[in-house]
Ligand binder design. Structure first.
Ligand SMILES: Nc1ncnc2c1ncn2[C@@H]1O[C@H](COP(=O)(O)OP(=O)(O)OP(=O)(O)O)[C@@H](O)[C@H]1O
Length: 231
């Protein structure tokens, strides 16, 4: 299993009259297979998730994935960390379903024919084999999210970071995406407002106002979050 290490990490962003702190003094060593991040809107969850593949940089402190520093080994870290966004359309770039998966595979499989065969196998695995030649825009939101996840997994990452991956999906598609993410062998760092889903993970971080205020087993952490959010 992969290891994500955050050591005294603070993230800031510039404002018109100085800077704002988005995340403050976060330290955690994450080795569990499924780690969930919960917290109120605007508390800093996405900022925490984005640190792990360098989409957001730390102002101070270090972020490491399997010992590699995101600040100095960015490309090597990004090869290990796949990212699933809330909006799947954000990461579907090719015209057809098959081409999109094949593009994800371009660094891993050099031979074009072999790449196409692998892409077809990936599509069969997620149940989209019959949509291979369809436009990515003709897929439903749920199918697009499954395709985005397939593209990420095809690159064989050791960590998958998913930022509210089921927020836009109906119950059935949300379930399909959840099961795919929870059952995969890769380490999952999941941001979600779905507390039932959070309870199925192995460890939970609660973020409040840019700080990790609870780091515990999910039952206890979710209880802490509910108590704090509703009090
Ligand atoms: N680049 C930026 N510049 C200024 N403020 C920012 C920037 N990025 C994020 N913020 C602010 O930092 C806070 C934390 O944002 P973040 O997206 O991490 O929250 P979140 O917990 O993921 O929220 P949500 O549940 O609504 O997605 C928010 O108040 C947001 O407006």
């Amino acid at each position: 299993m992969a290891t994500i290490e955050l050591d005294d990490v603070t993230v800031t962003a510039p404002t018109a009259d100085g800077e704002v702190v988005l995340l403050r003094d976060v330290t955690a060593r994450l080795t569990e297979r499924r780690v969930v991040v919960v917290g109120a809107n605007g508390s800093g969850k996405s900022t925490l998730a984005r640190l792990v593949n360098g989409l957001v940089s730390a102002a101070s402190g270090t972020v490491r994935v399997d010992g590699l520093d995101v600040a100095t080994d960015g490309p090597a870290v990004r090869r290990r960390v796949g990212f699933v966004f809330t909006q799947p359309a954000a990461q579907l770039v090719m015209p057809t379903v098959l081409e999109d998966v094949a593009l994800s595979l371009r660094r891993h499989v050099k031979d074009k024919r072999e790449r196409e065969a692998r892409a077809r196998a990936v599509l069969a695995d997620i149940g989209l084999a019959d949509r291979a030649d369809t436009s990515v825009h003709a897929l439903s939101g749920g199918q697009q999210q499954l395709l985005a996840i397939a593209g990420v997994l095809a690159c064989e990452p050791t960590v998958v970071v998913a930022d509210e991956p089921t927020t836009l999906l109906d119950l059935r598609n949300a379930r399909a995406v959840q099961e795919r993410l929870l059952s995969m062998e890769q380490q999952l760092l999941l941001v979600t407002h779905d507390l039932d889903l959070a309870r199925r993970c192995d460890r939970a971080l609660v973020v409040e106002d840019g700080r990790v205020t609870c780091d515990d087993d999910p039952e206890r952490a979710v209880a802490h979050y509910v108590e704090s959010a509703l009090s």
